[in-house]
Design a protein around this ligand. Structure first.
Ligand code: CUA
Length: 316
C-alpha cells in the first residue's frame, strides 16, 4: 500500500478512511506545491535583483491580461473543486444509512459513557461489530467535548444542549483509540477510551455477557410514566396532547406552518423547549423538562418514543 511509505501514517479502520486520507494528502500536496513555488520565486527574485546585479530595473510597460485573468480564475476553480470534494465527503459522513446500529454517547467531565440499544452500558469503552454502519448520537452533560477516533477518521465536537450525529463503518477487527479533542478542563487529557471492534458473532456474545436488565426503550418507558408524560400523551389522558405512537420519523406539521421531521433532535427539543415547536392543533401547555432530566434520561426517552415508531397511534 502506498500509504505505508509515509512515516507515522496509521492505517485507517473504516470504509471512509481512504477517502479522508486521499483528501488530506491532496490538500497537503497542494499546500507543499504552493509553498515551494512561493519559496522558489522569493529566492530567485532575491538573487536576481540583489544590489550588485545588473538586472534591468526599469518600469515594464507591456502587461499581460491573459496571465492576470488566467491565474485568478484557475485559483477560483481550484478552490471550488476542493470545496466540492470536501463537502461531498462531509455530507456522506453525516448522513447515516437507515440500517445503522444506533449507539448513544454522552460526554461529561471527564469520561465517555456509551449505551447500546439493548441497554448495555460502558464507560470509556465502546464495543461495536465490524462491517456494520454505526450511528453515533452524541450529547454532552456539561461543556464542549469532541469525539475523536483517528483510526476511523471521524471527529465531532459535542456541544451541550443538542444531539450531534455521526456515523462510521469499521472494516477491521481490533482495538482503537478514542480521544477527547476539545480542551474541557483539568482532566481533558485523561478523557480517553478504547473502541473495540468485534466480529458480528463476538459482538452478539459480548452483548449477552453484559446481561443488561432492561433495553434503553424499556428504561425510557419507565421514565415516561415516572415523569408523568403518559398522563397527557398516554391513552385517556386528561389533557389533550398528541399521541406519540407512530410519531418517530414522521413529518409533523407545526402551528407556525412549518413541517419538521420527528427525529431525535425534534423529540429532545420538544422535551426541553416544548414551546419552540408546537404541533399544529394543540395548545402550548406542556411544561419544560429542562433541569428535570439529564442527557442519559433524554436518550432513554428518545429510545422509547423511537420504539413506538411502528405502533399505529391515534390519527393526528
Ligand atoms: Cu472532554 Cu476534553
Amino acid at each position: 500500500m502506498w500509504r505505508n511509505w509515509i512515516p507515522f501514517w496509521r492505517p485507517g479502520a473504516s470504509i471512509h478512511a481512504s477517502d479522508v486520507d486521499l483528501l488530506f494528502l491532496a490538500l497537503l500536496a497542494i499546500s507543499l506545491f504552493i509553498t515551494g513555488l512561493l519559496l522558489y520565486l522569493l529566492l530567485s527574485f532575491c538573487i536576481r535583483y540583489r544590489e550588485s546585479s545588473g538586472a534591468p530595473r526599469g518600469h515594464r510597460v507591456r502587461k499581460s491580461w491573459h496571465w492576470e485573468v488566467g491565474w485568478t480564475s484557475a485559483t477560483l476553480v481550484g478552490f471550488l473543486a476542493l470545496f466540492a470534494w470536501g463537502a461531498s465527503l462531509y455530507l456522506d459522513l453525516y448522513d447515516a444509512p437507515r440500517e445503522a446500529l444506533p449507539i448513544y454517547v454522552v460526554g461529561k467531565q471527564w469520561m465517555w459513557k456509551t449505551q447500546h440499544p439493548g441497554g448495555q452500558r460502558e464507560i470509556n469503552e465502546l464495543h461495536v461489530p465490524a462491517g456494520r454502519p454505526i450511528r453515533l448520537t452524541m450529547a454532552s452533560q456539561d461543556v464542549i467535548h469532541s469525539f475523536f477516533a483517528p483510526a476511523f477518521r471521524i471527529k465531532h465536537d459535542i456541544v451541550p444542549g443538542r444531539f450531534q450525529d455521526l456515523w462510521f463503518k469499521p472494516d477491521k477487527v481490533g482495538v482503537f483509540h478514542l480521544f477527547c479533542a476539545e480542551f474541557c478542563g483539568t482532566d481533558h487529557s485523561r478523557m480517553t477510551g478504547r473502541i473495540v471492534v468485534l466480529a458480528q458473532a463476538d459482538y452478539e456474545a459480548w452483548l449477552t455477557r453484559q446481561g443488561a436488565a432492561d433495553t434503553l426503550a424499556a428504561e425510557g418507558e419507565k421514565l415516561f410514566r415516572g415523569l408523568g408524560c403518559s398522563g397527557c400523551h398516554g391513552e385517556g389522558g386528561s389533557v389533550r396532547a398528541p399521541s406519540l405512537d407512530g410519531l418517530y420519523g414522521r413529518p409533523v406539521p407545526l402551528q407556525s406552518g412549518r413541517v419538521v421531521t420527528a427525529d431525535d433532535r425534534y423529540i429532545r427539543d420538544s422535551i426541553l423547549m416544548p414551546r419552540s415547536q408546537v404541533a399544529a392543533g394543540y395548545e402550548p401547555l406542556m411544561p419544560s423538562f429542562a433541569g428535570k432530566v439529564d442527557e442519559e434520561d433524554l436518550i432513554r426517552l428518545v429510545a422509547y418514543i423511537k420504539s413506538r415508531a411502528a405502533v399505529s397511534g391515534a390519527p393526528r
